[in-house]
Design a protein around this ligand. Structure first.
Ligand code: NAD
Ligand code: UFG
Length: 338
């Protein structure tokens, strides 16, 4: 079976392609290399001793994307391609709506035209907004999103649900990721943020490698274990494996299904920092600063639905996540540049 993976050279996409190849799927990747590079493809091939077909195509370019659908038949799509920076989405919302919504519409239209019935979509815990109490459950539905990025995820969920109701898509699996971190344990694949990282673990990784002087902890007056924000961090390889299970599920079921993908356990900022200190075996400096606007105190998942229906349970703990992140950081001081 051949799977089209959009955004397949990105952080989560590349780890997922490795798991798909390991599970004997044939893989075609569409990526415009906006936030990735071609060396990732070599590394995937090195890791799996298999190859994936690569198309350097922007999903906004419908004609180019259609050529891909004309060339090959796909049994399913996993759709990662999109922009993901919350702050940037507030500054340039139109760019986010264009890429994440117009790009997705091109893809969905071509899937319908070429009879591709199954899709797994990268959604986010951000669609819960701050309307609900933790742990977040799928049945809560969609909350009030607080930034354009989150709104693009919410719209995509609604669009795919409508397409499934209209039977213009056979099945749509919406995966709401919590906080993916870590890297492939080979040190060959991982996250390479552009510029100064916005997210916690990429930032800590730069402190650990001496590129940034200290972590700024955004607030220690939340109602949490130590006052700092609590999140449900999940190892990117666990997340990648969840996609394979979701794909298998989509081949056996019709309609829309939403799943939280996390570990179900929350860690505070300071707990993550200390786990990273254990991984790199040194003290990492930090200071407490003001809360970051828009942050919530706690965000973690109820993962029972994914366990019951997909058979998914995350394997890796916070120490393994930090160890693998640190290994990738040490092995790739300039990112994935060769
Ligand atoms: P990423 O930026 O590493 O990967 C996205 C990939 O899509 C990149 O390789 C990029 O070049 C490509 N891309 C972007 N726009 C494209 C376009 N118009 N045409 C073709 N390719 C395009 O991001 P990631 O962390 O791997 O995230 C993958 C998906 O998961 C995204 O949709 C993101 O919103 C979602 N998600 C990520 C997180 C997270 O914390 N990383 C959390 C929740 C959801
Ligand atoms: N934090 C700091 N200092 C930093 C960076 C982060 O203290 O330099 C804190 C934040 O305040 C928060 C926690 O670390 O308490 C995690 O912050 P991240 O930015 O790593 O992650 P978020 O939970 O804010 O956001 C992430 C993704 C979003 C996604 C959301 C829910 O970046 O795209 O998870 O899935 F929408």
């Amino acid at each position: 079976m051949r799977i089209l993976v959009t955004g397949g050279l990105g952080y989560i996409g590349s780890h997922t392609v490795v798991e798909l190849l390991a599970n004997d799927y044939d893989v075609s990747i569409v990526d415009n290399l906006y936030n990735s590079n071609i060396h990732v493809l070599d590394r995937i091939e090195k890791l799996t001793s298999k190859s994936a077909t690569f198309y350097q195509v922007d999903i906004l370019d419908k004609e180019a994307l259609e050529k891909v659908f004309q060339k090959e038949h796909f049994d399913a799509v996993i759709h990662f391609a999109g922009y993901k920076a919350v702050g940037e989405s507030v500054a340039i919302p139109l760019t986010y709506y264009q890429n994440n919504i117009a790009g997705s519409l091109n893809l969905y239209e071509l899937m319908h035209k070429y009879g591709v019935e199954k899709i797994v979509f990268s959604s986010s815990a951000t669609v819960y907004g701050d309307d609900f109490a933790v742990p977040f459950k799928e049945e809560y539905g969609l909350g009030t999103t607080t930034n354009p990025y989150g709104t693009t995820k919410k719209f995509n969920e609604i669009i795919l649900s409508d397409l499934a109701k209209a039977k213009q898509i056979g099945s749509a699996i919406l995966l709401r990721y919590f906080n993916p971190i870590g890297a492939h344990e080979s040190g060959l694949l991982g996250e390479v943020p552009n510029g100064i990282p916005n997210n916690l673990v990429p930032y800590i990784a730069r402190v650990a490698s001496g590129k940034l002087d200290k972590l700024r902890v955004f607030g220690n007056d939340y109602d949490t274990i130590d006052g700092t924000g609590v999140r449900d961090y999940i190892h990117v390889v666990d997340l990648a494996k969840a996609h394979v299970l979701a794909l298998d599920y989509s081949f056996k079921h019709e309609g829309v299904e939403v799943f939280n993908i996390g570990t179900g356990k929350g860690y505070s900022v300071l707990e993550v920092l200390h786990a990273y200190e254990r991984a790199c075996q040194k003290k990492l400096p930090y200071e407490i600063v003001a809360r970051r606007p828009g942050d919530i105190a706690s965000c973690f998942a109820d993962c029972s639905k994914a366990q019951a229906l997909l058979g998914f349970k995350a394997q890796y703990d916070i120490d393994k996540m930090c160890e693998d992140s640190y290994r990738f950081t040490v092995m790739n001081p300039d990112g994935i540049d060769k």
